[in-house]
Design a protein around this ligand. Sequence first.
Ligand code: AHR
Length: 325
Amino acid sequence: MLRRTFLALAASAAAITLGVGAVSAQELPKLKQKDKYKVGFAQTESNNPWRIAQTESMKAEAAKLGHQLVYTDAAGSAAKQVADVNSMIAQGVDMIFLAPREEKPLIPAVMAAKRAGIPVVLLDRNVDQSLAKAGKDYVTFIGSDFVDEGRRAAEALDKATGGKAQIIQLEGTTGSSPANDRRKGFEDYIKNKLGMKIIASQSGDFARDKGRQVAETLLQAHPGATAIYAHNDEMAIGAISALEAAGKKPGQDVQIVSIDGTRDALQAIIDGKMLATVECNPKFGPKAFETMARYAKGEQIEPWVINTDRFFDKSNAGQLIADAY
Ligand code: AHR
């Protein structure tokens, strides 16, 4: 009897501490079924066509469905993105779509939303899986298989070079899930290929100009490089400028493979300056809001809603460029 009274008191004390609408450490916040929602979308930055296409897709779908979208741009700062999520919580959004810039620094934002009783869906980038879990701390991760993207890029380079390549790797944002996973997928593929070697690897922060600067420095230090693997198209386009400035012919002296499928990359493939790019589709809007509706209905959401991606090379870039972003 005494024990039961103690447990009841402890439970009500926990509820008071958590506040109205809040949830316990174990529970995932629920989403009520409504016609219209106030939804947050916390974007990482807007400095490349991929991010702009993703934002446009989210805004267009929210407008089509009549939902109010609270949009923030963290301008490349994980600290600002955490503050953006906190501001969305203060504004009382029903749900938050978060594209976490880096795997670890966004964990406090995920946990703060959970404590406030607001469900979070991770879009396109993931968080550290040892610190937060789908189905427990956030609803799901919607996005591509970044490891497989890296593997496919390596396979394309392997086929085109007959397994012989001295590779410069331009990595994405340090600590982000696409940079970690694209590196893993590529490196795992080439580890048993004796003729393929990464001779230098450095972050270009997924940005065109940073990619160009890093490629310039690494090409000077490694004039024998025969291939560049860029974790995204923007850095690949930067690398093309660096090669041309160094008097080298991209696509002939140095093969370039990358990931995304932007219009500029498809044009570079058509122009013979780039070998291939593995698609990473940025058009998340329809899938994001469909997942939100399924969750509100009470459906069990799978921990990873996987995007399937195409592959662009000289066999199809000409036909597909009209639809590229
Ligand atoms: O998270 C996806 C990556 O982020 C895209 O490849 C890149 O272009 C973007 O900045």
